[in-house]
Design a protein around this ligand. Structure first.
Ligand SMILES: Cc1cc2nc3c(=O)[nH]c(=O)nc-3n(C[C@H](O)[C@H](O)[C@H](O)COP(=O)(O)O)c2cc1C
Length: 206
């Protein structure tokens, strides 16, 4: 464990896409997943599963599929624009097999007829994903929430033996940041710009 405060972790956690070759211990992954399972889920049903992937060939295959989707997106984008920054080449697009660990966060689909509204369909898995990223940050480990692999959902499921009624919500690379890659410095709009009081559009507390 570390002594980083919760707020230090929250404020400095950000997308890390370049990792060192330093190994990530099983103990660290257990600590991270112990944090994941503290997250809330609808009805406390905890329909989540976390696939920890270290096998090089598996990571290479996942990387190929990720690359295919990324390549199609990135080639139609101005990578120097602010919106293009996350799509610049990285170890996700070249060398995913060299990232020490990938965690695939999965969620079992509820029985037909009880499906949530689309906007809430991930609400019982992404809090766990955020806990993974914060716990990793507290241990000095970098992560990034990725979803491009879902364009190859059926391939990914076949490769990993994931049942039909389980969806993959996020593929989270985990590793110590590469030299020169740092936590912190993320750009966000100010709280005042995204907060209303009592009524939509009302900027100041009355
Ligand atoms: C729903 C969602 C999907 C994302 N998918 C990807 C992805 O496939 N690949 C990637 O590199 N980053 C992905 N990201 C990470 C975002 O690009 C990142 O959170 C954002 O650019 C802010 O980065 P920062 O925390 O370093 O400022 C995703 C984030 C979210 C919330």
């Amino acid at each position: 464990m570390t002594d980083i405060s919760l707020f230090d972790a929250i404020h400095s956690q950000r997308a890390i896409r370049h990792f060192s070759a330093d190994p990530v211990s099983g103990e660290a992954i257990t600590t991270i997943l112990e944090a994941a399972i503290r997250a809330p889920s609808g009805g406390n049903r905890q329909r989540w599963s976390f696939l920890v992937i270290r096998d090089r060939e598996t990571k290479r295959r996942l990387g190929q599929w990720y690359f295919e989707t990324w390549n199609a997106l990135a080639s139609a984008m101005d990578l120097d624009s602010p919106g293009g920054q996350p799509y610049r080449p990285s170890m996700l697009t070249d060398g995913m097999e060299d990232i020490p660990v990938l965690i695939l966060a999965c969620q079992e689909r509820p029985a037909a007829g009880f499906g949530p509204h689309p906007i809430t369909s991930g609400a019982s898995i992404y809090p766990a994903v955020q806990n993974i990223m914060l716990a990793a940050r507290a241990l000095g480990l970098g992560t990034v929430l990725t979803t491009l692999h879902t364009q190859h959902e059926q391939d990914v499921k076949a490769l990993l033996g994931i049942p039909e009624n389980v969806d993959t919500a996020a593929l989270i690379p985990v590793g110590y940041p590469a030299k020169g890659r740092r936590f912190g410095g993320s750009k966000r709009n100010q709280v005042g710009e995204v907060t209303f009081h009592e009524m939509w559009g009302q900027k100041a507390a009355q």
